[in-house]
Design a protein. Structure first.
Length: 479
């Protein structure tokens, strides 16, 4: 380890430009220190190069994860240490940043030096890899660089899974996409898996947030309870005990005779469920699942079930990295359908947003970005790859944290903007248009065929559920 090299630290600040503890650390490890505001860091299409990033957790979890994701998505900075400090260091933050403190200069410098040397030894990410393969390579190299032996998921209620894996989300942007890719690595032998949970999930929105409820099998009411039943021998009345109780006495609600002796006047059959809505009696209730995420109800037999694993890194990780490095560039790699969302799944997510829009009476925006437009660009050309990459970076930095981005077809991306009116949709569209044009001018690509279409779904509009299909059909006709 070259301990004489002077490293550079970028300090991501918000209100206070520079903390004294950050200055002390930089001085103790002989590092230069540059200040960049967090907002400027997130909004800029560029990433300031550094040997380490330091960020204050007082910005909040969402802001920190946005900055962290930008770093991990970069082909040049994905291995760079990210050190967080402050009072709001939540469990989720601690699971995704490097565990060194600002009061540990030797440990911090060792981490920075190791990451730097690993970057130098690893070399660049091959440009000929597909975007999904680049992400896989970045993540696998990161595991080796940090000497991570296992990934233990932790509860995360905001995720549809109910869990999140440490380190992984910033590489794939959402816990759900990260989970699908990690399971893919498990299936190919990169990980060994130890099953730790099998949570149910909603068949409609795929969320873990479902609860099982007992309901009346006759009328569907929730107003049921197990009750002690009384059988009056003389008139054959069977009713809940409460209907017989009159003070301290038992009086038959039908014939009004007093019941004195159990076994002679009456007996108590097995407890039954009683429905206070329809007065039905039954031995077994019906079980219904309610999703707290989308509000859907279903029979418990319709629930899905996920398998959540503790993932243990195997030696196959080395062979997988070598395979990715040595055999890039085949046509299949550039056109892999795994990179694109299926039309069915995209429509499912869209219908979910339509449902939310109608339920809460709030509109939402849709953006369809066509990076190629009417220009025919050979898939094997560098221009093709650059436009794909530029499209992704511009979309990521132009849309907001709550917005959803999906790759639909080569060069075509769909953005769903929850709870956004036309003014907000237009603002995001203008920001995206300016960012993409800036890239084109900078790289001198002479590309004019691209365009963006936008629309707003009004919950009161009759044809709201067909808006996305019409927009996509129009883009495919252009291509």
């Amino acid at each position: 380890m070259n301990r004489q090299r002077q490293f550079n630290i970028v300090n991501l600040y918000g209100g206070q430009r520079r903390s004294s503890v950050v200055e002390d650390l930089a001085e103790k490890i002989n590092a230069t220190l540059d200040d960049v505001s967090v907002r400027e860091f997130i909004d800029s299409p560029w990433l300031p190069e550094a040997d380490a990033y330091i960020i204050d957790t007082d910005f909040g979890e969402d802001t920190l994860f946005t900055a962290l994701t930008k770093i991990r998505l970069s082909d040049t900075s994905y291995l760079t240490p990210v050190i967080a400090y402050g009072e709001n260091n939540s469990h989720r933050i601690s699971q995704n940043v490097d565990q060194v403190g600002l009061n540990e200069p030797e440990k911090t410098r060792a981490l920075i030096a190791r990451s730097y040397e690993f970057r130098q030894d690893s070399g660049q990410i091959p440009e000929t890899l597909s975007p999904s393969e680049k992400t896989k390579l970045r993540f696998l190299r990161f595991l080796l660089c940090r000497d991570i032996k296992e990934l233990i998921p932790y509860p995360h209620k905001a995720s549809l899974l109910g869990y999140e894996y440490p380190w992984a989300t910033p590489f794939w942007e959402t816990p759900e996409i990260a989970f699908n890719n990690l399971i893919g690595l498990l299936n190919t032998g990169i990980f060994n898996g130890e099953l730790i949970d099998k949570p149910n999930f909603c068949p409609r929105c795929k969320s873990w947030a479902v609860v099982i409820r007992d309901i009346c099998p006759k009328c569907g009411s929730l107003d049921i309870e197990v009750t002690e039943m009384v059988h009056h021998f003389r008139c054959a009345t069977v009713a809940p005990l409460q209907e017989f109780l009159k003070g301290n006495r038992l009086l038959c609600p039908k014939c009004h005779q007093e019941l004195r002796h159990i076994g002679l006047d009456y007996d108590k059959p097995s407890d039954l469920y009683y429905c206070y809505s329809c007065q039905d009696r039954f031995t077994d209730p019906q079980y219904q699942a309610l999703c707290y995420n989308c509000g859907a109800t279903c029979d418990v037999t319709e629930l899905g079930q996920r398998r959540i694993f503790r993932l243990i890194v195997t030696n196959a990780i080395h062979a997988e990295i070598e395979e990715l490095i040595k055999s890039p560039g085949s046509p299949e790699r550039k056109t892999s359908e795994d990179e694109y969302i299926s039309e069915g799944f995209l429509n499912l997510l869209f219908q979910k947003e339509v449902y939310r829009s109608k339920r809460y009476k709030k509109s939402f925006g849709i953006i369809v970005f066509n990076g190629f437009g009417n220009e025919q660009i050979p898939p094997e050309s560098k221009k093709y790859e650059k436009i794909i990459q530029m499209s992704k970076e511009c979309l990521y930095h132009s849309l907001r944290k709550a917005d959803m981005i999906f790759a639909y077809k080569p060069g075509i991306f769909v953005g769903i903007l929850p709870e956004t009116d036309w003014e907000g949709t237009r603002t995001v569209t203008d920001r995206l248009r300016k960012a993409f044009q800036k890239y084109i001018d900078l790289l001198q690509l002479h590309h004019t065929g691209w365009h963006i279409s936008a629309s707003v779904v009004d919950p009161q509009t009759v044809d709201s559920e067909t808006v996305l299909k019409k927009m996509l059909d129009a883009e495919l006709k252009v291509q």
